[in-house]
Every structure is written in C-alpha cells, then in structure tokens.
Design a protein around this ligand. Structure first.
Ligand code: BGC
Length: 376
C-alpha cells in the first residue's frame, strides 16, 4: 500500500510540475482545509484522508479543525488566507457566518470549494461537493416504510424525528427528505407523532452531539412515552442515533426495540447495527467525496474549469447539478454523490470500500487508519 502511495506521489508530482511550466509555479501549491470539528468521527476521517490524498499528489496542506465553533472557524480561515493558501476547501460549522471572511478570500483571489455543507450568503463560493442530502433522509424514511410495510399494513405506529443542527444547511435537507417521504402516512394516521414535534426546529439537536440527542430523547420519553410504544426514532445521523440509543436503553419503558436510523457509518453505530440496537445507517463514502473534491480542486489549481465535463473523468457515480443548491446569492455548481443504505445484512459493502475491516472476531467493523487507506 505504501508502495502504491509512493508511486502515485511521484507520478502526480511530475504531472503537476510538468503541467505548470514556469519555475515559479513549480513551487508546491498549498490547500487550506477547514473542518468543523475533530470530535465527530466523520470530520476526522475526512480531514486526515483529504490531507494524505493532497500530500500524496505533491501539494502542501494546512488542515484546521474548529471545535464546532464558528468564531474559531472564522479565525482559522483568516489565518489560512494570511498564509496565502492557493485554495480553500471548507466544511462550515455555521454556513451563514463565514461571509465576510470568505469575501476577503475572494478579494485575495483564493478559490473556495464548499465541502459537504453549503456555505451561505456569499458569492465567494465557487463549487460545492456533497452527497445528495435530500436522498439521505428519503432513504431513511423508505427503510422505515418498508420495514413496517406501511403501504399494506393496517396497523398504526408511533414515530419521533431527531434532526441535526439547523445552522448546518444539510440538516434541513435530511429532515425534509425523511419527513416529506413519510408525510402521506402521517397525514393518513398510519404514523403518529405523540410529541407533535414535526418541524426541524422542534426536533433539532444542537451541534449534532450525542449528549444533546440523548437528553432531548430522555425528555421526549418522559413526557410522551410513559405508557406508549415508540416504534421509530428517525435520526438524521449516527451521532444523534447514538444518543437516542442510550436514552432508550436507560429510560424507555416499552419492551420492543424501536427502529433507529442513522447516517455516516460511525464505528460505534456499526457495532449497534450488528447488535440489533440500530436498524440502519446511510453511508456516504468519504473516500469518494474526497476523491471528487480532490479532482475539482486540482482542476481549479491548474487554471481550468471543472464544470460538467469533470464528471466523465471520475470513477465515482457523481451528478453535476447547477440548480439545486442556492446559497442566497446564486446557485452553486455542485457535484453530488449517491448515498447507500447499510444494514446488518450488507456490512461487507463497507469492507469492500477499503475504509473498514472486520475485527479479529469477524463480528464487528473497525475503521482502517486513514494513512493506510489506498489512494485512487
Ligand atoms: C454531514 C453528516 C454529519 C453531520 C454532523 C452533516 O453536515 O453531512 O455526515 O453526520 O453533519 O457532523
């Protein structure tokens, strides 16, 4: 694997140098990568993997994590801009709070690519790379609907929604995708929401943390479920699903195992899937998302325009979309990848990505160390 990395490094470095031409341009270019927080498993994997991928291709990387703190992320970005990075790849903490900082990056002619979360209210953003976020919620809802056979069943079920943090633009897409898919069953009375919480604001989880999801679910259980059955907790992602699982284990009075959904494929949640505590997760291959980000950034840094043509060069199923994501100033050209449903029955799909491996007992999955992951 190391050998593969070395070969790719030398090949891509040579390619980068030959395509740049002049002596000045032979200096390594620097990518500034800003991730929201290292506490949540996925951003750690994203950050480390992107860093190793760019470095392997001969770029310098400045990688920062901002503790889920938007003021810190602004300062981190100001520092990267003053370091004169050649491009910024940013997964925003709060997509609405970076406008001034990123406008100054635009003035300094630093291209900006929004990673996973759209950056709002600034025309400085050039491209957006993410998964089809609405589809994530839709897949969670379709899973629930199939599992309960809502189409044919004459039973009624109780469901609660657990959303993300609305300061993250994705949170609304996940919630809408799930809620709108189940809405016909909610309206017909097949699905009841005993808490009555049916908007993202009412089911939001601040900072997406496990602790906040756990305390929210505990209070929902004590207020509405002293004698009711909870059939489904439709959680937007794995960190919130974990909190809900904890709350159910400690405070739920019923004897059934509610269907719990998730997103990301975090290691602890995958254990819960094996153990039957969580029913599914929607997996977004970070390797693929990083690969697309890498190609978009590389193309921009070669003074070319990625546009629709880039999709044909990718070996990852990606949609080029110019009319779904408006950030309040314009539609941002987007590259959207397809998410996948993971259950206890198809965990091997994760192993096939090269990002997970079976543990020594062949029962649970572990994450493969970012630096050992084969590059494309
Ligand atoms: C990402 C999810 C992640 C969530 C919390 C979202 O923007 O798309 O993958 O679970 O943030 O970090």
């Amino acid at each position: 694997m190391k050998k593969l990395l070395a070969v790719i490094t030398s090949m891509t470095t040579v390619a980068a140098l030959t395509s740049c031409g002049s002596t000045k341009k032979e200096e390594k270019k620097t990518i500034g990568i800003a991730m929201p927080a290292s506490e949540l498993e996925r951003w750690n994997s994203d950050g480390e993997y992107l860093k190793s991928e760019f470095e392997a291709a001969g770029y310098n990387v400045e990688l920062v994590y901002s503790n889920n703190d938007s003021a810190k992320q602004n300062n981190d970005l100001i520092k990267l801009i003053s370091d004169k990075v050649d491009l910024l790849l940013v997964a925003a903490v709060d997509g609405t709070k970076l406008s001034d900082t990123l406008d100054s990056a635009k003035t300094a002619e630093i291209p900006i690519v929004a990673y996973d979360r759209l950056i709002m209210k600034t025309s400085a953003v050039n491209y957006y790379i993410s998964f089809d976020n609405y589809a994530v919620g839709k897949l969670q809802a379709e899973f629930v609907s199939d599992k309960l056979d809502l189409k044919n069943s004459s039973s009624t079920y109780n469901i609660e929604f657990v959303g993300g943090d609305p300061i993250d633009n994705n949170a609304r897409y996940f919630f809408d995708g799930a809620y709108e898919t189940l809405q016909p069953y909610i309206e017909s009375g097949k699905l009841n929401i005993p808490s009555g919480k049916n908007t993202l604001e009412q089911v939001a989880t601040k900072d997406w943390t496990t602790a906040n999801a756990e305390s929210n679910m505990k209070s929902t259980l004590s207020s509405y479920y002293s004698s009711k059955t909870l059939d489904v907790a439709l959680c937007s992602n794995d960190s919130t699903a974990l909190g809900v699982t904890n709350a159910i284990e400690s405070d739920y009075k019923g004897s059934n195992a509610p269907i719990i959904t998730g997103q990301d494929g975090d290691a602890e949640n995958l254990r819960n899937i094996v153990d039957g505590k969580q029913a599914m997760t929607v997996y977004k291959n970070l390797h693929d998302e990083a690969k697309v980000a890498f190609e978009v950034c590389k193309t921009i840094l070669s003074d070319e325009t990625p546009a629709a043509g880039l999709v044909d060069k990718l070996d990852v199923q990606t949609k080029f979309d110019t009319d779904s994501y408006n950030n309040g100033t314009k539609y941002i050209q987007s590259y959207l990848l397809e998410p996948t449903v993971i259950t206890a029955d198809n965990l091997q799909l994760l192993v096939n990505t090269g990002l997970y491996k079976w543990d020594s007992g062949n029962k649970y999955l572990e994450l493969v160390n970012a630096t050992e992951v084969p590059t494309s």
